[in-house]
Design a protein around this ligand. Structure first.
Ligand code: ATP
Length: 235
């Protein structure tokens, strides 16, 4: 993000302003800030659900606006605050972005996401129907299905919005472990309300009223340039 500003068309005033942010390959970057600070808006720009009003977002030196939209989005695994479970089995929900996945791969993703145990306890296991009018999963269980989905999707850029919101401490702890496993080897942006999760992050930025405060690092600019050059993350 280079000097990124954003103003919603239907609202006067910038909700992001002068945002400079590097998401370094292979690292977890956390964005911590109160409700309304602009975290989700920043994620929307990264997903190209909207484009900056000012400034630009680049990947490997290319403006996201120059990239093929579908190709760019195929690089990103998005784990939202409240993941949607579609009508179908748990296995189908996990394999949403990898329809060719076999049972072993699905089971492996469920294990990595810390979902294997609760799935085993369901009457139909992986074949249990969920979604509209079917069994309702708890918020934490749905999050773990979404994390398993992201494991199987296996994309280089991971974007997680408030992953432990609405969870008790034990579930949040289990999710934290799953997130750490998922983030390994990917470039991750975590949007968080509470500093708890930011302990996972290599870089933590605070966002308030659409502005970032700079992280305290020795020489972030130097590391960024080297990593960007050696990165294979480009779409
Ligand atoms: P939360 O933690 O509650 O999700 P956030 O940090 O993600 O908050 P945003 O959702 O990015 O914050 O909102 C930033 C600002 O933009 C807020 O003032 C919000 O009211 C405003 N905003 C968000 N979405 C829209 C929209 N579609 N139209 C107009 N204004 C919006």
């Amino acid at each position: 993000f280079e000097g990124v500003a954003y103003e919603y068309p239907q609202r006067v005033g910038r909700v992001l302003d002068g945002v400079d942010l590097d998401l370094e390959p292979g690292r977890i970057t956390a964005l911590v800030g109160p409700s309304g600070a602009g975290k989700s808006t920043l994620a929307r720009l990264l997903m190209r659900l909207a484009d900056p009003t000012e400034g630009r977002i680049t990947c490997a030196g290319l403006d996201l606006r120059e990239l093929d939209l579908e190709l760019w989005r195929a690089q990103v695994a998005w784990v939202p605050q409240r993941p949607t479970l579609f009508t179908g089995t748990i296995a189908e929900n996990i394999a949403l972005c990898a329809p060719g996945a076999g049972r072993t791969q699905i089971e492996r993703a469920a294990s990595a996401a810390g979902a294997r145990e609760f799935i085993r306890r369901l009457p139909g296991g992986l074949q249990t129907p969920v979604g509209e009018g079917e069994r309702r999963l708890s918020a934490g269980q749905a999050q773990r299905i979404a994390i398993a989905r992201a494991f199987l999707a296996d994309r280089p850029l991971l974007l997680m919005d408030e992953p432990t919101a609405h969870l008790d401490e034990e579930s949040a702890g289990e999710l934290t472990d799953a997130i750490e496993r998922l983030a390994r080897g990917r470039t991750t942006l975590l949007l968080v309300h509470h500093p708890l999760l930011s302990a996972l992050a290599h870089d933590v930025h605070e966002i308030r009223d659409g502005r970032l405060s700079l992280p305290r690092e020795d020489d972030p600019a130097e590391g960024t340039a080297e990593l960007a050059e050696s990165s294979g993350v480009a779409a």
